[in-house]
Design a protein around this ligand. Structure first.
Ligand code: TNX
Length: 528
């Protein structure tokens, strides 16, 4: 299988070279025949002409696949202008459920002159397959209006499933607020590259972004600002549900984070009684320092507050996880901190969710009695590792020994708010400069030494937004690094090769241009 995959890569590279003739300015340029990111498990290129979408093409459904087929049709109609009727009788593109296909997200895609068949054992698998189909079509398939090109799918057989079950991305909506429409735009980028979790960082020193019944001040006062002093914002229940729905439709699970007990200045402006630092009463903060705020660990009212927030958020969230933060707390004694995390984790478990925490919560992490990855009372079940180096390995190893799982977000590899290079206009640089090769050239299983196989649940890039306030700015940081991290999370480690990847990545530019996405032309990528 690996040989075939490598061959497919070579074919793609060759096709790219051959298509390098000067492009006519207003004519769509040709893409390599096979250019899929993340790299599928196995790809076999056929010899025939492939399948051409025409006015006669229909999308054929099987029991259980109609809603997905409707959405695929809707997406393809926009740029092809083809009618693409959906139904059980006719064909061209076919979506089939088959329990024999391996993996919850696995799928098979076969394209020849007769048509395209996508087979999976779940709707989720079928959806991932439709994103491969999208990438097999000319890049103008992502245009917002009708384009006249040959809508050809190359003859190919793809068998695919992901390396890791958890491939997420964090969006910080606290430092700068992003509207529901802007979050949906972020989800669109994630869906294209087969991510399956959306981590929303909903609270921080600079803003509180979600309504909680009985706490009108949280959104009245706590949500008013953002970094730089511009007006903030917040999500109503309906807004949040709409984000969840939109993400779910693309088979992404929303993981909400309320950062506790630090990063809580915005909450404390709404609830000054929960501050016991002895300093002046908290005021809205629009700077970018971290580590100065904490909920009072010795006041019972703090736990009544966290319980209100957690039960409400758990009720709004269909996914299994609730993230309680826990990072960069400088004001509490270690024992006080651990007790705080345990109490809040217990509230999360009582609300029916698995607590996730930044790796600082490791002393309070484990599996409890509920089995691996399932947190017991007072335990964080999933640790998100963010340090750029390995200095926090030991407590994480110990927590894994107690049954916790690890989500890898090492800052020097996955922090998409880091500058690409010295002098770059956007971003921070505390974890160093992060160029495309930094995001691609590592292995999540071995970044931390001494973790038993299976401890790493997945990978999660993070887009913190101290310096970012528009979708175009988010895009400049995401593209081209997000697809690199998609491949780190999805594709087999032994199949990943930078020289081949950078050629495929270059091909994505036509897609981003067609879709109107901003991206950064990093010199390490052979853009045309
Ligand atoms: C660290 S790593 C943070 C965030 C900042 C980010 C900026 C972690 C869990 N916390 O609060 O936004 O660095 O890069």
């Amino acid at each position: 299988m690996r040989v075939l995959t490598r061959c497919a890569g070579l074919v793609a590279a060759l096709a790219l070279l051959l298509s390098c003739q000067p492009a006519q300015s207003d004519e769509p340029r040709a893409l390599p025949a096979i250019n899929v990111i993340p790299l599928p498990l196995s790809t076999t290129v056929g010899t025939g002409p492939g399948y051409l979408l025409t006015a006669d093409t229909a999308i054929r459904t099987a029991p259980g696949t109609a809603p997905l087929a409707d959405r695929l049709a809707e997406q393809l109609r926009r740029s092809t202008g083809l009618p693409l009727p959906v139904g059980p009788a006719t064909g061209g593109i076919e979506l089939r459920l088959d329990p024999a296909v391996e993996g919850e997200e696995g799928y098979r895609l076969a394209a020849d002159e007769q048509g395209v068949v996508i087979t999976a054992n779940t709707e989720q698998g079928l959806y991932r397959g439709t994103q491969t189909l999208r990438q097999l079509l000319p890049p103008h398939i992502d245009a917002g209006a009708v384009v006249q090109v040959r809508w050809a799918v190359p003859p190919v057989t793809v068998t695919d499933r992901p390396r890791y079950p958890y491939r997420g991305a964090l969006l910080d909506v606290a430092r700068h607020f992003f509207t529901v429409a802007e979050v949906k735009a972020f989800v669109d980028r994630l869906a294209l590259y087969k991510f399956n979790h959306l981590h929303l960082h909903l609270s921080d020193d600079q803003g509180w972004r979600i309504t909680v019944p009985g706490h009108p001040e949280l959104t009245g006062i706590g949500a008013a600002t953002e970094v730089g002093g511009t007006p903030g914002g917040f999500y109503t229940d309906a807004d949040y549900r709409e984000i969840v729905r939109y993400a779910q439709e693309r088979f992404l699970t929303v993981v909400p984070e309320i950062d506790l007990p630090g990063h809580t200045n915005a909450a404390l402006t709404a609830h000054p009684e929960l501050d016991c630092s002895g300093g002046p009463p908290p005021v809205p903060y629009t700077g970018t320092e971290v580590g100065f705020s904490a909920l009072c660990p010795t006041d019972e009212r703090s736990y009544a507050f966290t319980n209100d927030v957690i039960t409400h958020l758990a009720a709004l969230t269909p996914g299994p996880y609730l993230h309680i933060g826990g990072d960069e707390v400088k004001r509490l004694e270690p024992q006080q901190y651990e007790q705080f995390v345990r109490r809040v984790a217990a509230q999360v478990v009582a609300a029916g969710k698995i607590p996730v925490g930044w790796h600082e919560t490791a002393p309070a992490a484990g599996a409890g009695q509920a089995g691996a990855g399932q947190a017991g009372p007072g335990q964080v079940g999933l640790l998100q590792y963010w340090r750029a180096d390995q200095t926090a390995t030991v407590p994480v190893q110990a927590a894994v020994g107690r049954g916790a799982k690890v989500l890898m977000s090492p800052a020097g590899r996955t922090y998409l708010d880091m500058k690409y290079q010295n002098g770059y206009r956007l971003g921070l640089r505390w974890a160093g400069y992060v160029d495309v090769l930094d995001t691609y050239g590592w292995d999540p299983d071995t970044f931390l030494p001494g973790l038993p196989p299976g401890s790493v649940l997945g990978v999660e890039p993070a887009l913190w937004t101290e310096t970012l306030s528009t979708v175009a700015e988010l895009d400049l940081m995401l593209l081209p690094r997000l697809p690199a991290l998609a491949e780190v999370g999805w594709s087999a480690q032994a199949d990943r090769h930078w020289p081949e990847f950078r050629v495929r990545l270059a091909g994505q530019a036509l897609r981003w241009e067609a879709a109107g996405f901003a991206f950064e032309r990093r010199p390490s990528i052979p853009w045309r």
